[in-house]
Ligand binder design. Structure first.
Ligand SMILES: CC(C)(COP(=O)(O)OP(=O)(O)OC[C@H]1O[C@@H](n2cnc3c(N)ncnc32)[C@H](O)[C@@H]1OP(=O)(O)O)[C@@H](O)C(=O)NCCC(=O)NCCS
Length: 164
């Protein structure tokens, strides 16, 4: 298996685009338009783990990082962090490939490219919390969302500055 890294333009032109669309559609639970997916985060780096099988190329999972947008920075009361910290999102591994270290592999590649990372995760998503903890993220805050909580985690606690 191999990790492929794209920016928004190269992702749209990738030879793996059909396999990647299948993986993203599984992640979102609905048919994904790759152009619209890329338009959500045009300044991002996109990571995909590919497996070459006798049935063809399979996209095993994904991850991306991007600049923290103003809305999220405001919601989190963050102060001037967007130029230092990148937001991790779209973390997903296909069911049949889970619990095999695959998410850790992609996270390591993301972390190597960008060590100052931030993400949000539901407080009861145990597999994801364990993955992030083992990948060097530590909880730094939480916020309420309807009747649940979202945990804010970062690899760089000292980079986080809150607005007063
Ligand atoms: C979270 C997710 C990406 C983990 O992918 P994965 O490839 O199975 O993770 P890994 O095999 O790399 O495991 C990383 C660590 O997570 C923990 N973990 C993974 N699956 C777990 C499970 N079902 N229960 C408990 N811990 C689990 C383990 O501690 C593991 O470390 P270890 O191998 O040293 O024991 C995957 O479960 C997934 O795609 N979930 C659905 C999407 C999602 O919830 N994404 C997160 C959104 S914030």
């Amino acid at each position: 298996m191999k990790i492929y890294v794209y920016d928004s333009n190269s992702l749209l032109e990738s030879e793996f685009a059909p396999a990647i669309i299948k993986c993203l559609s599984l992640m979102r639970g609905t048919s994904v338009d790759l152009k619209k997916y890329v338009d959500e985060v045009t300044d991002g780096e996109y990571y995909f783990l590919m497996d070459n099988t006798d049935k063809g190329d399979i996209c095993v999972g994904c991850m991306r990082y991007s600049t923290i947008d103003k809305n999220l920075a405001n919601m989190l009361r963050l102060n001037k962090t967007s130029n230092v910290i990148k937001l991790v999102s779209s973390v997903f591994i296909r069911k049949e490939y889970r619990k095999n270290g695959n998410a850790k592999r992609i996270m390591k590649a993301v972390y190597t490219a960008q060590p100052k990372l931030l993400l949000e995760v539901l407080y009861d998503n145990t597999p994801a919390l364990k993955l992030y903890f083992k990948s060097g993220f530590r909880p730094i805050d939480r916020r309420k969302l309807k009747d649940t909580y979202i945990v804010l985690m970062s690899t760089c606690e000292t980079c986080i500055r809150y607005k007063k």
